[in-house]
Design a protein around this ligand. Structure first.
Ligand SMILES: CC(C)(COP(=O)(O)OP(=O)(O)OC[C@H]1O[C@@H](n2cnc3c(N)ncnc32)[C@H](O)[C@@H]1OP(=O)(O)O)[C@@H](O)C(=O)NCCC(=O)NCCS
Length: 348
């Protein structure tokens, strides 16, 4: 089995192989694959010359605690044809890809896992979590705001997602820079107008919130089906705007339930209702998985909230590496060096 990096010439064969691995047919291949950086793709090619496995990576920016942005590899399009599974193809592609990510100087690789059992052996672990909030619309009266709790002023405009990619891109970019765990999104996802992964590429309406000066400062993309309004994602860096967008969704006529997808666990919306039971949190699950490739650089890049000292013993069986590190945080600035001190944490 040959494992090699791809070029622009491989784009069609690459897309065909991923779709076959997932047993799906392309709905809108441009939206999903037009932003792929083909020089970052990996193809597994069988001895007869047929491609049988794929992996790719986007060059994303990830926001770390402290609102620090770092370049990361965003692993995607991982698939092996059903006819060639469990023979080590993925293992070999992961090895090839991690070497490439390291060579590019990226200290972290991230992904969304289709199944939780796949990626731990390659050194990935869950770093953020998500849940869905289902709200019974007629039960969901808001409690009176506390004194001093500012309601958002401004206005909401309903647009079609395909018509307002530039507005959404701008709102998203401001949001993700302020939100640890958020990733940048390639311009082509927005320019395609069809939506962007991980949010469905199906058509959506978007409630765009604007401040008193008319500047867009938040949006919620949604669709209504059989009495349920589903909000794919609410994007804003302003809590009062998030509440205004939730009120918009809950005020929608001909709807009995509102489902808010992709909420961080413990989302504050339920605490704003007069009746806490109006909302049900469901399907809490892992979201972004992270793999460190350079421990000292990764731990010193991020911000820290408290001073202290930790000795970490890190075993990396997949890359056959091991090291002990002393992490020291003083005045919220971190230093991380190799040490022979005994570990406080054992981390494998
Ligand atoms: C997941 C997938 C890429 C694995 O490819 P593969 O070539 O069969 O994997 P490998 O043979 O290299 O297996 C590597 C290891 O992972 C394990 N593994 C593979 N797929 C697994 C799964 N779905 N769940 C749990 N373990 C899995 C193997 O048992 C093997 O373990 P070992 O190293 O202890 O022997 C392939 O099954 C696939 O294409 N699935 C459908 C698409 C998909 O889910 N892609 C992932 C998107 S995030």
């Amino acid at each position: 089995m040959e494992i090699r990096s791809t070029t622009e010439q491989d784009r069609d064969a690459f897309a065909d192989t991923v779709y076959a691995a997932f047993a799906r047919f392309p709905e809108s291949p441009d939206a999903l694959f037009s932003a792929l950086e083909m020089e970052r793709g990996v193809l597994a090619v069988a001895p007869d010359g047929r491609p049988v496995g794929t992996a790719a990576a986007y060059s994303f920016e990830l926001t770390l605690p402290g609102e620090i942005l770092v370049p990361v590899a965003g692993v995607t399009a991982v698939g092996v044809l059903p006819s060639h599974r469990r023979r080590g193809v993925l293992n070999a592609m992961m090895r090839h890809q991690l070497a490439d990510v390291r060579a590019r100087g990226e200290v972290l690789s991230v992904l969304l896992a289709s199944e939780a059992g796949i990626y731990r052996r390659f050194g990935y672990g869950p770093a953020t979590y998500t849940e869905r909030l289902t709200v019974s619309r007629h039960q969901a009266a808001f409690a009176p705001p506390r004194a001093g709790g500012a309601a958002a002023s401004g206005s909401i405009e309903v647009l079609r997602r395909a018509d307002c990619g530039d507005v959404l891109e701008d709102v998203y970019d401001r949001y993700r820079r302020a939100r640890p765990g958020a990733l940048s999104r390639p311009h082509r996802w927005w320019a395609g107008g069809a939506g962007q992964p991980p949010v469905s590429v199906a058509p959506r309406y978007v409630a765009v919130h604007r401040d008193d000066d008319g500047v867009a400062d938040g949006y919620a993309s949604y669709a209504v089906d059989a009495g349920t309004l589903t909000v794919d994602e609410t994007i804003t860096a302003d809590d009062a705007v998030a509440t205004a967008l939730a009120r918009f969704a809950l005020d929608h006529d001909l709807v009995t339930r509102v489902v808010f997808k992709h909420c961080p666990p413990g989302h504050p919306l339920r605490w704003q209702f007069a009746d806490f039971r109006a909302g049900q949190a469901e399907d809490e699950t892992d979201w972004l998985w992270v793999r460190l490739l350079d421990i000292p650089r990764a731990l010193t890049a991020r911000g820290w909230e408290a001073d202290g000292e930790l000795v970490l013993d890190v075993e990396d069986p997949f890359l056959d590496e091991r090291g002990s590190y002393l992490l020291t945080v003083r005045d919220r600035k971190a230093e991380c060096i190799a040490t022979d001190r005994n570990p406080i944490f054992r981390w494998t």
